[in-house]
Design a protein around this ligand. Structure first.
Ligand SMILES: Nc1ncnc2c1ncn2[C@@H]1O[C@H](COP(=O)(O)OP(=O)(O)OP(=O)(O)O)[C@@H](O)[C@H]1O
Length: 251
């Protein structure tokens, strides 16, 4: 197991976002779905070791994140694309990705090749010398994905990676996801159910601070019926699972 979350409790002040969340992820591409405010970003931030949980246990790559000594080792093998990320506007794309390679402690002699490889994988090699402030929204997101994969991480966390990508880029990105998922554990949070259907081997659905579904996209699609709202089988499955989970809570 690359990720094991047991009884996760996390929130902001008095607001509890997750209370007793359980999650287990193996290598492959995992979609993380849930309505607005369900706590996808909060969960991503915990797994990225940015937000410290209030309770429960989180093991990443066989190490407990509560163990301060293990954190550095975990972070070297982790790639994270936050939903919004800052950058120095005058940095070139190459400098931006190099900076993250350095932060993740890649051996200096490996950095130039690793950066070029990451930029090539997201189709930005030709723009490597452009300044970050001159990139379009979709290109910025691709630069963000490049920094997340520059260290060949075993655990890759991508928060809304397809936001701002055009349809052609989204198709290319799904192919990249499938490729990354061969060796690594990739967790992708998204609102786009069709991205999950096309690129994910597993899907987790969170709502109200709980994991309400874990299975394959096919299993999620099978949960829906003709009376559930949605334009595709998987959207109908999504609606059905949420409806069922909410009915169980209010019962
Ligand atoms: N820094 C913060 N301070 C206080 N509350 C926060 C903070 N960040 C998030 N929240 C709240 O925590 C809950 C979960 O937010 P989170 O961003 O994790 O959800 P999400 O599933 O990623 O939502 P979205 O789909 O809209 O991106 C929401 O109710 C949100 O308002």
């Amino acid at each position: 197991m690359t990720v094991v979350v047991e009884g996760l409790r996390v929130g902001y002040g008095k607001r509890v976002v997750h209370d007793g969340l359980e999650l287990a992820l193996t290598p492959g591409v995992h979609g993380l779905l849930g309505p607005n405010g369900a706590g996808k970003t909060t969960l991503m931030r915990v797994l990225a070791t940015v937000t410290r949980p209030d309770g429960g246990r989180v093991r990443l790559l066989g190490q407990d994140i509560a163990d301060r000594a293990a954190l550095r080792k975990i972070r070297r093998q982790l790639g994270y694309l936050p939903q919004t990320f800052g950058f120095y506007p005058r940095f070139t794309v190459r400098e931006f990705v190099e900076y993250f390679a350095w932060l993740r402690e890649l051996p200096p002699e490996e950095i130039p090749l690793a950066v070029d490889r990451a930029l090539a994988r997201v189709g930005l090699l030709e723009r490597a010398d452009d300044r970050m402030k001159h990139l379009s929204g979709g290109m910025l997101r691709r630069a963000g994905i490049a920094q997340a994969i520059v260290n060949d991480p075993r655990l890759i966390l991508l928060d809304e990676p397809t936001a701002g990508l055009d349809p052609e880029q989204r198709v290319e990105f799904r192919a990249l996801l499938r490729e990354l998922g061969v060796d690594a554990c990739v967790l992708v949070s998204t609102h786009l159910v069709e991205d999950v259907a096309a690129a994910c081997t597993q899907v987790s659905l969170v709502d109200g601070g709980r994991l309400v579904f874990a299975g394959t996209p096919q299993e999620l699609a099978a949960a829906g019926g003709d009376n559930d709202s949605g334009d595709s089988a998987i959207e109908r499955g999504y609606t059905a699972v949420l409806r069922g989970a909410r009915a169980a809570v209010t019962r």
